[in-house]
Design a protein around this ligand. Structure first.
Ligand code: AHR
Length: 498
């Protein structure tokens, strides 16, 4: 049995959680759109062909923003292919994933779907094969009220009111050699600045995200951000971060500490953005858009996109275990800990493709294990993040050095009082956690749910969709503002103090 302790004090505020921290991502990739959110003929499909079961699980998940349409896909995409009468839309080869793209879903369909699940769209523009002209046209199509070529075309296509899409990504992973239209930092920084300028001339109210590094291991990481922001600092509002984690070579201890890497990544990008701010004597701060993050077993799927070109291939359909779900919950703790600067987060991706939700064509939709910590954090983790300084045991990892067994963050909320999200990374021992919450007035009750299992490799699937679900535990002991809870081995926990 391990022991750890922490103090919750409402005076130690990190910042307000921007609800957009709980965003997700829908890319035209594999079965995310087709057979994912959209499947005409499915028993639950609405008249427009969108699956009702997936929409309802998405609403329950609580994603206020969804990034679209890619990802690598956007770097070869002609957005105009996806508007107008469906039967007249071209069928294309998507070169990013070497897949047939029928263009049955485009910006209009996606925007309606996003509205129906309570989300706003975060739109990416193609800065791979295209540039300023296509980008300013799609802003005009989506956001200009009427009386111009593109806005009137939107109206003719059935949307009288502008979409007012607020957040726009200036391309995707432009530092990556795999990206169609891959650029150097100098080339991309200039293009981002000029494209963003033109997009803002169409709609000055939009917010712009510049591409940061595709991951922290990129050889250009750090210098990429500095050079890009050096060119476009005044034009953009956010710089993006992407990170995917997986267990490698059976090293579960390192994998469970993936949030240590996410913390370091975030803090390095903040330092770089603030360095550019200082050098350029800029007043505004650039915030962070962590617009792709998840567990993704990339080694398992290596080479998949080189299969023969087909429609709706089953690409990168990871099935997530209890351990993966604990890591996902821990990554959310890392994002919350930096809520003052990480304003947007997009879990990648929503359905089927490294998804929180899985579907079978003509069949059921179900929640993966990782759906649960995400849904609970999104529902209860809204308010003011409080800084915690836990003390407790630590362990050695091959990848991250010595790391704490406990990771935790607290959120002061209007609805619940204080919510503590905590992970016990120890794979075999319980962790007894003492919480000093004496500075919280009128603390009368606490409840505790946790995601853990006797089998840390257990998964949900179509035949057993609720094999892995959060379980209520005995309410923590409360005594004079001090609380004691026991966190099971290898567990993600949510403790509400009301
Ligand atoms: O989310 C899957 C892919 O991962 C995205 O298309 C790309 O941006 C990233 O490399």
């Amino acid at each position: 049995m391990h022991f750890a302790s922490l103090t919750i004090d409402p005076a130690f505020r990190v910042g307000e959680v921007d609800p957009r921290l709980y965003g997700s991502f829908v890319e035209h990739l594999g079965r995310c759109v087709y057979e994912g959110i959209y499947e005409p003929g499915h028993p639950t499909a609405d008249p427009r062909g969108f699956r009702g079961d997936v929409a309802s699980l998405t609403r329950e998940l609580g994603v206020p923003i969804v990034r679209y349409p890619g990802g690598n896909f956007v770097s070869g995409y002609h957005w105009e292919d996806g508007i107008g009468p469906v039967e007249e839309r071209p069928t294309r080869i998507d070169l990013a994933w070497r897949t047939i793209e029928p263009n049955h879903v485009g910006v209009d369909e996606f925007q309606r779907w996003a509205g129906s699940v309570g989300a706003e769209t975060m739109m990416a523009v193609n800065l791979g094969t295209r540039g300023i002209d296509a980008a300013r046209s799609i802003v005009e199509y989506c956001n200009h009220p009427s009386g111009t070529y593109w806005s009137d075309l939107r109206r003719a296509n059935g949307a009288a009111d502008p979409y007012d899409i607020k957040v726009w990504c200036l391309g995707n992973e432009m530092d990556g050699p795999w990206q169609i239209g891959h650029k150097t930092a100098v080339e991309y920084g200039r293009l981002a600045a000029e494209t963003g300028k033109a997009m803002r001339l169409v709609d000055p109210s939009i917010e712009l995200v510049a591409c940061g590094s595709s991951n922290r291991a990129m050889p250009t990481f750090g210098s990429w951000e500095a050079t890009v922001l050096g060119s476009c600092y005044d034009v953009v509002d956010y710089v993006s971060l992407h990170a995917y984690y997986q267990e490698r070579d059976g090293d579960r201890g390192s994998f469970l500490a993936s949030a240590v890497d996410m913390d370091a990544f975030i803090e390095a990008v903040i330092a770089t953005a603030d360095h550019v701010r200082a050098v350029g004597r800029h007043r505004k701060r650039i915030n962070l858009s962590f617009d792709e993050w998840n567990v993704w077993y990339q080694t398992r799927f290596a080479g998949e996109k080189n299969l023969s070109i087909e429609r709706t291939p089953r690409l990168i359909e990871d099935v997530y275990s209890v351990t993966d779900a604990v890591v996902v919950g821990n990554l959310l703790i890392s994002l919350l800990r930096h809520a003052d600067r990480v304003r947007i987060g997009c879990q990648a991706q929503l359905v089927n493709v490294i998804g929180l939700i899985m579907t079978e064509p003509g069949g059921p939709a179900w929640r993966q294990s990782s759906y649960h910590p995400f849904a609970l954090t999104s529902r209860h983790g809204r308010g003011t993040v409080l800084r915690l300084e836990p003390t407790g045991p630590s362990y050695d990892t091959a990848v991250h050095g010595r790391v704490p067994v406990l990771d935790a963050v607290a959120v002061l909320t209007e609805e619940d009082g204080v919510v503590l999200f905590a992970v016990n990374r120890d794979q075999s021992q319980e962790l007894t956690l003492d919480v000093d919450a004496r500075s919280l007035p009128a603390l009368t009750a606490a409840d505790h749910v946790a995601l853990f299992d006797e089998d840390p490799d257990a998964v949900n699937d179509a035949t057993d969709p609720d094999r892995v679900v959060p379980r209520p535990l005995d309410p923590p002991k409360l005594d004079g503002g001090r609380l004691q809870a026991v966190l099971p081995p290898l567990s993600w926990n949510m403790i509400r103090l009301t």
